[in-house]
Design a protein around this ligand. Structure first.
Ligand SMILES: *Cc1c(COP(=O)(O)O)cnc(C)c1O
Length: 458
């Protein structure tokens, strides 16, 4: 029988992360005065060992042994051949995915939560604050903090807090604390509530709250943690692609197409970056980050300097952005409702090394259900966006009669997302499209910011 799943043993887990900063040029983050920030500027927010990683341009970085020890609770993750889906689509394409839904919280996010909790602990930090959209990051960090004996406080975007109450229970099971954002516990939260008492909240607002709570803690033992966007997060996630490469190698395959859904960019980057390195060195690969049409950061947002949060606490980051005050419509893929995008992923778009796509909510769910009915697993709403693109590519391969190899990340399961599935099945979900006027308005916020250079690394 042909293998459906390709496993690595615990001993074969990658021992180093791949740092794409060694291979591309980047605009620096800027402080309030318009000058590049220094590591010291970030010291109230992150522990110094993480800041050093954030700015490192060393190509390979060792994964600490205690981190590997926790990661092997569920890693290496299997590479799965989606044979049933291939059959359902009658496609000559070979479809493979990395199943990242097998971690304890059910997504790829603990790949970075675990090292972040570890580095904070090493630095003497006792409490971490963070935000969460759909609740995946909050639960991943609660799990990781629990492994290393640190407290975890989570600000959860209001709309998801209401839609997905069991994510809070999951955080509590691992000892985390979860509050709806905007809350009245921070200045940023109170300001947001004053602007709109019925706001669904946004990741931008929740990030402001979590940073404020960390920086204002007088003990000096609290730091903030971010689950996507930043360089060190992308770095930690490359374990996905490095494993996938070994696994594809074992069966003598190499991908023609790489696909991942993109909110802040981390699961996509995790799979794609080790292959982007090959592309920089001459390989032919199509690489697609996929985002929701209702929050089209890469496909419609310009490449600018913008803040990562609504209250402008973060430095100016060079990225594709819809504007730091952007509040997306309350569609059901909380993890993809972010106004910005990882600067590294944004830079690769600028350089034409990767090509972003967007899909509507209904097309995403349609693909999600089709895949659930063939492969069995029920995908997270975020993952369905990647699936819509995978299905399109597989159909294209059929029409062109090409035996393409497609590789994607199954970023998480949807077992706590049945509220959204219920709405889809009862016909209550619709396609939120973003009117151009709305976009033009939200993009006004960065009009006066400095402009990043369109650097080329090759
Ligand atoms: C958070 C999340 C995403 C989006 O975040 P990225 O940083 O873009 O990966 C996608 N899928 C799942 C399941 C998530 O939890």
């Amino acid at each position: 029988m042909k293998a459906r799943k390709i496993f690595l043993t615990d001993d074969e887990i990658p021992r180093q992360w791949y740092n794409i900063l060694a291979d591309i040029k980047m605009n620096p983050p800027l402080g309030p005065d318009g000058n590049p920030i220094s590591p010291d500027d970030l010291a109230p927010v992150f522990p110094m060992n993480i800041i050093e990683q954030e700015v490192s341009d060393q190509r390979w970085i060792d994964i600490p042994e205690p981190v590997l020890d926790v990661l092997t609770l569920w890693r290496p993750a299997p590479l799965v051949r989606a044979r049933s889906l291939e059959k359902a689509l009658n496609t000559p394409a070979k479809i493979y995915y990395k199943n990242e839904s097998l971690s304890p919280p059910g997504s790829h996010k603990p790949n970075t939560a675990v090292p972040q909790a570890y580095y904070n602990k090493e630095f003497g930090i006792e409490r971490i604050t963070t935000e969460t959209g759909a609740g995946q990051w909050g639960s991943a960090l609660s799990f990781a903090c629990c492994q290393f004996g640190i407290e975890c406080n989570v600000y959860m975007v209001r709309v998801s807090f209401d839609q997905k109450p069991y994510r809070k229970s999951m955080m509590e099971a691992w000892g985390g604390r979860c509050m709806a954002s905007p809350s009245n516990q921070t200045e940023a939260g109170r300001a947001a509530l004053e602007r709109d008492p019925n706001t669904p909240g946004s990741l931008g607002i929740a990030i402001s709250e979590a940073i404020e709570a960390a920086v204002n803690d007088s003990t000096g033992k609290t730091r903030y943690s971010l689950g996507s966007v930043l360089n060190h997060v992308m770095l930690h996630q490359t374990i996905i692609g490095l494993e996938a490469k070994k696994q594809m190698d074992m069966i003598g395959q190499y991908p023609d197409v790489i696909i991942g859904c993109a909110g802040g960019g981390s699961n996509f980057a995790g799979l794609a970056f080790p292959f982007v390195q090959d592309k920089i060195n001459g390989k032919q690969i199509e690489i697609y980050p996929v985002e929701p049409a209702a929050c089209p950061t890469l496909t419609k947002g310009p490449f600018v300097y913008d803040h990562g949060d609504t209250a402008k606490y973060t430095p100016l980051l060079p990225m594709h952005s819809l504007g730091h005050a952007f509040v997306p419509p309350p569609f059901h893929a909380g993890g993809l409702r972010y106004h910005g995008m990882a600067p590294t992923v944004s830079q690769l778009v600028v350089e034409g090394l990767i090509e972003p796509k967007s899909v509507t909510q209904l097309d995403a769910y349609k693909a999600g259900v089709l895949v659930a009915r063939s492969e069995g697993l029920i995908p997270a709403p975020e993952t369905t966006h990647a699936l819509a693109c995978v299905v399109d590519e597989a159909i294209k391969a059929r029409e062109e009669g090409k035996e393409k190899v497609i590789l994607f990340t199954w970023s998480g399961h949807g077992l706590l997302d049945f509220g959204a599935y219920d709405k889809y099945f009862s016909g209550q979900l619709q396609n939120d499209v973003l009117p151009d006027e709305e976009l033009a308005k939200s993009e006004k916020v960065f009009e006066n910011h400095p402009k990043p250079q369109k650097l080329k690394s090759r």
